[in-house]
Ligand binder design. Structure first.
Ligand code: AMP
Ligand code: GLY
Length: 425
């Protein structure tokens, strides 16, 4: 079949590589893609939320399956759009409908959902402009640090964790009254601060059945030792050494099962990935921080290469609601990825720098993220530029391999964290 992947990051290059290995894929298209996807598939110059353009591309290239990478088109309803068109009825979409995508698109919706299905999570309340005084009063009942969340999509920047009550009140007001995060902060969730260690668990579902995929840990901050500004992710490893079978069983029983139950009871059309952002407390109990309704990036760059089952077969089974018939085989090796970013990221950075050395990489996978092909050269085209993934018997060896290959790649003002995984040693 002909397949279209929506997106342009390392995640989409990772999907593309795996999908190209499937006998079931005839032609692969990526919209808009990057230099990495251009080398193995056909890039289409379309924005991820250009639904009309995507519809045209589906018809023109006789696409049978659309795999949606990022959250924006899902929250905007790409799945409903495709499934609602008579001329696109035959197209399988891997990605939930607009209602289910609210699990990521609205923190208040997600928290209410968790409450309805008794899914363990931090205590919370949601507030709007009209209830700003009650919000301040609620803050006074909590202990520091204070967690404030813009309700809507805010490119990973909508969460503030603040130590002083006075500062928390000030920021809370600014979020609501001065639209600090635009429309995304028309509603603000205040929640209890959870302590523990973070873990991401990935699930593929057809809305009834599910498969638990490899777990991962990502490194969100720009600086060594997890300091500085938040980024999309500077590296990741899979599996996470502390994620024992016993812990994953708790996640399955207390979080995955009730989530699937909720999806069914609320008639959500959910064919796709659920990304559980979890906090594991000192007693070893998992709490939900957040849902994402897609794969993570850079988590995909360590989770997908460990999946040995044909991804297209898994997607076909999901779209036809028979995921229970598939056995998902996971590589027992560990995977580690190191993200190479543009100097200045996650604030201002320049694009268009020549990337050299990719061809001398041995025994690692180079996933392109923010890259573009111009006159035969690969140039930087974003903040996160390249993810270097390695597989090995231990995560320590995998990390070592990635760093050896990172040394071979250069571009002007290239930066990366040299401490990926060291917190787990
Ligand atoms: P989110 O955008 O919801 O993933 O939040 C970003 C990060 O903020 C999470 O990965 C956590 O590190 C942290 N965080 C969010 N909510 C809480 C909470 N209730 N308690 C402690 N940390 C939190
Ligand atoms: N790396 C975090 C995310 O994809 O949301």
């Amino acid at each position: 079949m002909n397949i279209l992947i929506i997106g342009s990051g390392g995640r989409e290059h990772a999907f593309a590589r795996q999908i190209m290995q499937s006998d079931k894929c005839k032609s692969l298209f990526v919209a808009p893609g990057n230099a990495g996807t251009a080398s193995i598939a056909n890039n289409l110059n379309l924005a991820v939320d250009d639904f009309k353009g995507i519809e045209k591309a589906i018809l023109e290239h006789d696409i049978n399956m659309v795999v949606v990478g990022p959250e924006l088109p899902l929250v905007k309803g790409i799945t409903n759009y495709i499934k609602g068109k008579n001329n696109l009825k035959h197209v399988k979409v891997i990605g939930p409908d607009k209602k289910a995508a609210q699990l990521e698109g609205s923190k208040a919706f997600a928290k209410d959902f968790m409450e309805r299905y008794n899914i363990p999570t931090a205590a919370y309340k949601a507030f709007t402009k009209e209830t700003v005084d009650q919000g301040e009063a609620f803050l006074e009942t909590l202990h520091a640090p204070y967690v404030l969340k813009a309700d809507g999509l805010a490119a990973g920047k909508g969460v503030l964790i603040i130590d002083s009550l006075a500062q928390a009140k000030k920021e809370f007001r600014a979020m609501l009254m001065e639209e600090m995060f635009g429309e995304a902060s028309n509603t603000v969730v205040i929640e209890e601060f959870l302590t523990g260690i973070e873990l991401s668990v990935f699930v593929l579902t057809d809305g009834e059945n599910y498969k638990i995929l490899p777990n991962a840990k990502d490194y969100k901050r720009i600086g060594e030792g997890d300091t500085g500004l938040n980024t999309g992710g500077m590296g990741a490893i899979s599996p996470v050494p502390f994620a024992t079978d016993e812990l994953i069983k708790k996640v399955e029983d207390r979080i995955v099962k009730p989530t699937i139950k909720g999806i069914q009871e609320e008639n959500m059309d959910f064919v796709g990935f659920i990304f559980l952002g979890l906090m594991i407390n000192d007693a070893g109990d998992p709490y939900m921080i957040e849902y994402n309704v897609r794969m993570g990036d850079p988590e995909s760059e360590v989770v997908l290469p460990r999946i040995q089952t044909d991804l297209v077969e898994m997607f076909e089974a999901s779209a036809s609601h028979r995921l229970n018939e598939i056995e998902v085989k996971i590589d027992t090796q560990s995977a580690a990825t190191v993200m190479l970013v543009s100097g200045g990221y996650p604030t201002d950075y320049e694009k268009g720098k020549l990337i050299e050395g990719i061809d001398s990489v041995r025994d690692s996978i180079v996933y392109h993220a923010g890259t573009i092909l111009k006159d035969g050269d690969v140039l930087t085209n974003g903040g996160r530029v390249i993810a270097v993934t390695s597989l090995a018997d231990t995560f320590q060896e995998a990390i070592k391999k990635s760093y050896q290959n990172v040394d071979k790649i250069t571009f002007d003002r290239m930066y990366y964290r040299s401490d990926i995984g060291t917190d787990l040693l």
